[in-house]
Design a protein around this ligand. Structure first.
Ligand code: ATP
Ligand code: MG
Length: 363
């Protein structure tokens, strides 16, 4: 992507976004030099269709890394649906929607592993030793867990929500991934994974590193905002889905919040809503947000929205066309998941065997 990084939002530096962005630039170079050194794990909760926040936050990076020759694991985090919901409504449909979105954006099941973590028992078993390596106080102060609790649909916080970052550590470490392309909200979770890996190695590694300490790879849009000016999110009704059609996209962008200033500028700190729309157009057009804002200038919000709508619809047209082809073949989708789960199980079994040996519990 050519767009310049979006300056951190007010709360972002508490999450270490600037440092992670600087490190991401270094990681990009290392990947280019030697893609075989890296293994990627990343994923999503099957809570709805993927949206532009996912795409520019992580999906685009996943496919780019895959195409550079990095080994890619993508987890459909079906257990984690239950962190903030009592029931997994429409789970089958959402899992299939996610798989469709992956195929549509270019995840290639011949080279990459797409799996559901509920189908990989050994991955989940890693949670037990991992839980012993974090304190309740650490889990308590995780800002992402706090934010997710604030948006939760449950009246009481479940144990699963509380241990979400530890489960995520199991997702990442079962395949010994060392690179995790994520959005900004995941940085605190990744810190938990890094601590768990470090502590496991210190406590049980006998001088060897059983687990790598994975690093986050941020894109130039680590926090894309939705049509209401807050984080674009499946659960907040503010998202533009990859699978939406051109008319739905136009309607959603038409209804997006802007501000009272006629002149269009790019200043995420003071004008988050307008800047987010500018950024969206810029990402789709492969231009810098400043350039896009300048070009619209005093033409105002209506012109901005038209530019964004055209740019998004044009950018997504081939992805939507590919998606339509895969929709017709549910059998193939099922096969992708079955094979991915099989591959993930083999990897998880090997890691668990190593963990049990390190912990002197291989009976
Ligand atoms: P939910 O509302 O159900 O939590 P979500 O839209 O937040 O859904 P997740 O499945 O929680 O999506 O996130 C999957 C991945 O996409 C994570 O790496 C996350 O950082 C990234 N991501 C999600 N939303 C955005 C966004 N608005 N901007 C950038 N990255 C995002
Ligand atoms: Mg989320």
């Amino acid at each position: 992507m050519n767009a310049t990084p979006q300056p951190a939002d007010p709360g972002a530096d508490a999450l270490g976004t600037s440092a992670a962005q600087a490190r991401s630039a270094v990681l990009e170079q290392l990947v280019r030099q030697d893609p075989g050194r890296f293994r990627v794990l990343t994923g999503d909760r099957p809570t709805g269709r993927l949206h532009l926040g996912h795409y520019f936050g992580t999906l685009h990076n996943r496919v780019r890394l895959q195409d550079l020759g990095v080994e890619l694991f993508v987890v459909i985090a079906d257990y984690q649906v239950l962190t903030d919901r009592d029931v997994a409504d429409n789970l089958t449909e959402y899992v299939e929607e996610l798989a469709l979105d992956y195929l549509a954006v270019g995840v290639d099941p011949a080279r990459s592993t797409v799996f559901t973590h509920s189908a990989v028992p050994a991955l989940n078993q890693l949670m037990l030793p991992f839980l012993s390596l974090v304190s309740v106080a650490e889990l308590n102060r995780n800002p992402t867990v706090k934010d997710e609790i604030a948006h939760s649909r449950q009246s009481a916080v479940s144990g699963l929500m509380f241990t979400y970052p530890v489960h995520q550590a199991a997702d990442i470490l079962f395949c010994k991934a060392n690179l995790v392309p994520v959005g900004q909200d995941q940085l605190p979770h990744l810190e938990v994974t890094r601590s768990i890996a470090r502590r496991f190695n210190d406590r049980y590694g006998h001088g060897a590193a059983v687990f790598p300490q994975p690093e986050a790879l941020l894109s130039s849009a680590p926090l894309l905002l939705g049509t209401d000016g807050t984080k674009m999110s499946k659960s907040r009704g503010n998202a533009i889905a990859l699978a939406a059609d051109a008319d739905e996209t136009a309607r959603l962008i038409k209804g997006a919040r802007t501000d009272a200033q006629r002149h269009i500028g790019y200043d995420p700190a003071t004008r988050p809503e307008v800047s987010s729309l500018v950024l969206l157009a810029a990402l789709c057009l492969g231009r810098s947000p400043q350039e896009v804002a300048e070009q619209i200038g005093s033409a105002g919000a209506a012109a901005l929205k038209k530019t964004v709508t055209d740019a998004v619809n044009e950018y997504l047209a081939p992805i939507r066309a590919r998606r339509a082809e895969f929709v017709a073949d549910r059998g193939y989708l099922r096969q992708v998941l079955r094979e991915g789960n099989e591959r993930a199980r083999a990897v998880a079994d090997a890691t668990l065997a190593e963990v049990r040996a390190a912990m002197n519990s291989d009976f």
